[in-house]
Design a protein around this ligand. Structure first.
Ligand code: NDP
Length: 373
């Protein structure tokens, strides 16, 4: 592996001392984010845990990465391990299952584990990976509630490893351009955000409809995009939450599995947000931000792309890059070089979303406004 000494040095140094100042740029205008030039800097060596649908997407996207490389797998399915070994040239010594992956501690050729298993497994698996001394990237939602999320943050801190959450939109150029414009005051005083996140879920036997594995329904899976989006689009943390649930199919969406939830936030600057999370409607992937001087609209706003976005000034015309390629290049920079992303992707960021989701569920249950501060 290239530049091992630099990577080892960086890892030994710890995170805080390495934090580089962030220099704001019109990020979306950097057309050559993955320039076609040789790269000989440090490479983040990643093992993917959970070789399912999204794990496969991440692995394919990582083929184009220069700063991150798929070098290992953790899976409960031996036939998948064999396939992936061939497909991605993964040596046997970097293959684990859920019983033996603590041994990754003794493997100097793996830097980080990307957990892409059902939501209910992220917390216990993160604690084990941290204990093995490897950096953790966890898919969203990072845990089933804020308490789990905080325990993950604490465990990674104690172990001296990074904990990042797979918030791929935090690196998406059009999203970042709208954030830049909002910070520059282009929309005036921001007063309103609308987030619509949903799709029609199929197979009723899948883990997404099993409370122990999912932690909830649409809110945990897709509604989280509007929760997270409201925060990064407005650029503030909500003060309060109200929420209402609608369930049309009690057979498919059993107790604890939300089908549709409408939720609202109030922000310190006076803005409000109105959002919808659902497992019952397609074509719901839209963000709208409105201010006194302008607006931004994104549709699709968080799908795999290309994202479409326009503002009162016109269409945002940036080239599409595979989100997960971007994400893993940037996560490598964060872990190995201490880069500060424009929108955080650390464990603390994941806990903020889970605190809000906990409050949304409480608001649904009690019918009351829930204060977040
Ligand atoms: P899949 O069901 O397609 O894959 C999950 C994989 O986890 C399985 O293939 C299996 O892999 C492993 N697994 C381990 N234990 C279990 C279990 N008890 N039941 C089912 N699977 C198990 O799910 P997704 O890939 O769609 O989702 C995985 C995670 O990724 C979720 O947290 C989800 O929220 C997140 N996600 C994020 C997206 C994003 O854009 N950021 C998009 C889609 C999903 P193996 O056989 O190798 O053990």
């Amino acid at each position: 592996m290239k530049n091992n000494s630099r990577r080892n040095f960086l890892q030994t140094m710890g995170v805080a001392t390495l934090a580089l100042p962030f220099v704001p740029t019109a990020y979306g205008k950097e057309k050559n984010v993955l320039p076609d030039v040789p790269y000989d800097g440090p490479v983040l060596r990643v093992a993917i845990m959970g070789l399912g649908s999204y794990g496969t997407r991440v692995a394919e996207a990582m083929r184009s990465c220069k700063k991150a490389k798929l070098v290992g797998v953790i899976s409960g399915t031996p036939s998948k391990i064999e396939d992936w070994q061939k497909k991605y040239d993964i040596p046997k010594k970097n293959c684990y299952n859920y019983d033996n992956f603590d041994k990754i501690k003794n493997n100097p050729d793996i830097d980080a584990v990307y957990i892409i298993t059902p939501n209910g497994l992220h917390h216990p698996q993160c604690l084990r990976v941290a204990k093995a001394g490897k950096h953790v990237i966890s898919e969203k939602p990072m845990g089933l509630n804020a308490k789990e999320g905080q325990e993950m943050v604490d465990a990674c801190k104690k172990a001296g490893v990074h904990l990042l959450v797979g918030y791929r939109m935090h690196f998406e150029p059009k999203t970042l351009e709208i954030i830049r414009m909002r910070k520059a005051g282009d929309f005036g005083k921001v007063l309103f955000f609308q987030g619509l996140s949903g799709f029609r879920i199929g197979d009723p036997t899948q883990w997404r409809l099993n409370k122990a594995l999912s932690g909830g329904g649409a809110m945990m899976d897709i509604g989280i995009y509007s929760v997270n989006g409201a925060r990064y689009m407005i650029g503030e943390e909500p003060l309060w939450v109200t929420a209402q649930e609608v369930k049309t199919d009690h057979e498919k969406f059993k107790a604890g599995i939300d089908e549709t939830i409408m939720f609202q936030f109030g922000f310190p600057g006076g803005a409000t947000a109105s959002c919808l999370s659902t497992y019952s409607m397609n074509n719901l992937d839209k963000f709208f931000l409105n201010g006194t001087n302008g607006f931004a609209e994104m549709q699709p706003s968080t799908g795999y792309g290309p994202i479409k976005a326009h503002t009162n000034k016109g269409e945002l015309d940036f080239p599409h890059e595979t989100h997960q390629t971007f994400q893993m290049e940037e996560m490598s920079e964060i872990i190995l070089n201490g880069k500060q992303p424009i929108v955080p992707v650390n464990g603390e960021e994941g806990v903020k979303d889970l605190k809000i989701i906990d409050a949304i569920y409480e608001a649904v249950k009690t019918g009351r406004k829930v204060d977040l501060v």
